[in-house]
Design a protein around this ligand. Structure first.
Ligand code: AMP
Length: 190
């Protein structure tokens, strides 16, 4: 199973990815997690992306494409993978097509988790407060930027993948278990 999880920040992609990891025994490839690990490890990559991520902007396409390319070559991706937070631009989606074509593999589905933007802001701010995040007003500003970036650069991917007949849309406003059930149903129908 080779999947992309698509949806704005706070839609629950990470939570649903965890479930799919267990269900299918395939890894979750989260570029956000990989970049945060690089920042925590103070690697050259981490230093390059730290400020960009703090602002809620996107890191350059070639940087994330390089990371994903290396990751897809690892043996645990042979059986499949769940892409979480990648691709985020049409450029990245095109690069992914090339990477997969080179390996002679294709995607099975793109799961779009649909949510209401205002609800998301509340959800994410609650999550940040619970984890003892930075000042709420800082978070809100960055979050609104991330949502704008999503609308402008990532949302067009729904159209991109719809043309390839890969998109399965689920209602992300439902409870976590219900969303999981919808995803499984959508994948079973694919
Ligand atoms: P996430 O955890 O997926 O929300 O990602 C956190 C941040 O990492 C994003 O706001 C971006 O700054 C950066 N990032 C993660 N994935 C990508 C990507 N595919 N392209 C560009 N930037 C990314």
């Amino acid at each position: 199973m080779r999947l992309i999880l698509l949806g704005p920040p706070g839609a629950g992609k990470g939570t649903q990815a965890q479930f799919l990891v267990e269900r299918f025994g395939i890894p979750q490839l989260s570029t956000g997690d990989m970049l945060r690990a690089a920042i925590a490890g103070e690697t050259p990559l981490g230093l390059e992306v730290k400020d960009i991520i703090a602002r809620g902007d996107l890191v350059p396409d070639e940087t994330v494409v390089g990371i994903i390319s290396d990751r897809l070559d690892q043996s645990d991706c042979q059986k499949g993978f769940i892409l979480d937070g990648f691709p985020r631009t049409t450029e990245q989606a095109r690069a992914l097509e090339v990477l997969l074509a080179d390996k002679g593999i294709g995607l099975d589905a793109v799961v779009e988790i649909k949510v209401d933007a205002d609800t998301l802001v509340g959800r994410i701010l609650t999550r940040a407060a619970e984890s003892g995040g930075a000042r709420a007003d800082d978070n809100e500003e960055v979050l609104r930027n991330r949502l704008d970036v999503y609308q402008e650069l990532t949302a067009p991917l729904v159209d991109f993948y719809s043309k390839k007949d890969l998109v399965k849309s689920v209602d992300g406003m439902a409870g976590i278990d219900e969303v999981t059930t919808s995803i499984m149903a959508a994948l079973a129908a694919s």
